[in-house]
Design a protein around this ligand. Sequence first.
Ligand code: 4AD
Ligand code: MG
Length: 469
Amino acid sequence: MSEEPGAIDCQSVRQILARESAGGVVTLRGWVRTARHSKGVSFLEVGDGSCFAGLQVVAAPELENFEAELRHVQTGYAVSATGEIVDSPGKGQRFELQAQRIEVIGAVAEDYPLQKKRHSFEFLRTIAHLRPRTNTLGAVLRVRNVASAAIHEFFQERGFLLLHTPIITSSDAEGAGQLFRVSTLEAGEPPRTESGSVDFGQDFFGRETFLTVSGQLEAEIAALALTNVYAFGPTFRAENSNTSRHLAEFWMIEPEMAFCDLDGNVALAEAFLKHLISRVLERCADDMAFFNERIDETVLETLQHIVETPFERISYTDAVDILERSGERFEYPVKWGVDLQSEHERYLTEKHIGKPVVVTDYPATIKAFYMYLNDDERTVRAMDVLVPKVGEIVGGSQREHRLDVLQRRMADQDLDRDAYWWYLDLRRYGSVPHSGFGLGFERIVQFMTGMANIRDVIPFPRVPGAAEF
Ligand code: 4AD
Ligand code: MG
């Protein structure tokens, strides 16, 4: 916006549509969504991403470049239009801009791939450099933005400190071995040790390093000094799952709380999810109306219901019981001790309970080494939040804060104690019960927008075989 006295005000579509009344001359800059050239007048619908709607710009023949330029304007042109904001006689729009001057800033080559017709999401992924201009991706990006702000708002209001956890790490936080290596060694001829294996001692960091799968272990360090912290950063997993719910690079929100047990953890996760959903419903009303109309007609009702009703909580043991008695023919059979597959999670949340469900106390053998071992010695204080359609969106636990038990669990899972020496130290110096969880940011955005594929809720998806843009 210009500050100069007497200069014409540059305004976004959002600002213009939020006005009380028509009047005044403004400049709007953006991209033409549709151009209609009728007899003696042209209508350009201009969008700038500030909100779902565009603004109609009316170009009359009196404009000096009307015949020479404006009559050729098509979808995708970048324009700057100055004129008076007037009440629109057209349906579905309050105001329009009666242009006094329209400058074509950027024309569009003939092969512009985004024509007016609907494109498949698969096709749009191949033009990720242009897809933010579509209604759907624009709406997704605004929802991501509002949700990100709401995340900080939620934790800041509660006195949680934002912690910047490292992206390059030498430890496998989940102990699941789905790590991307970070290395500057020559790929073809790396230095070798005497035994013939690659000598990572000569690598950049003097040791093997990877992209992080989770900021949790470092968040625990901070929580054991600052009590309540949260991280919100990118995480990386080299799991070769080509599904509609997995990305190789995704963003995760990870709160970590000292003096907090599993119950406190579950309560925080529920309050957090409800806060996020309410804010998005409130602040992205037009975008959400679009998702409900064009993507998934149940999405608004589902979200409203979630905000208003308490989550259900069941133990893993009860969940398996329910699944076994369900009479459903699952692709993967269930019995106590197996990890729940997406079909099981969806049965629980969609069919059996019909709303989000928190499953707790999983078998120790299928969960990470750091989870608190229950007195039964068979289950750990884990919690997964499952929601309809997407399945797991939150994974968390109370952490094992007892040194001896933790060492035993690490031995059970063949983890190298030396590599986690500092993590074990935390259990030796002022250890306290503590808990936390991770919310997959793209999973919650997928859930809120009703988008079928997680690749369409992140601007530049990284998945097996694809990292362009
Ligand atoms: O359940 P996960 O693996 O938990 C952790 O990483 C813990 N260290 C978090 C913590 O306690 N601080 O992952 C947490 C969430 C999952 O529930 C899911 O929403 C998301 O991260 N997630 C993925 N999202 C997209 N693509 C993937 N490949 C994902 N893997 C996990
Ligand atoms: Mg998990």
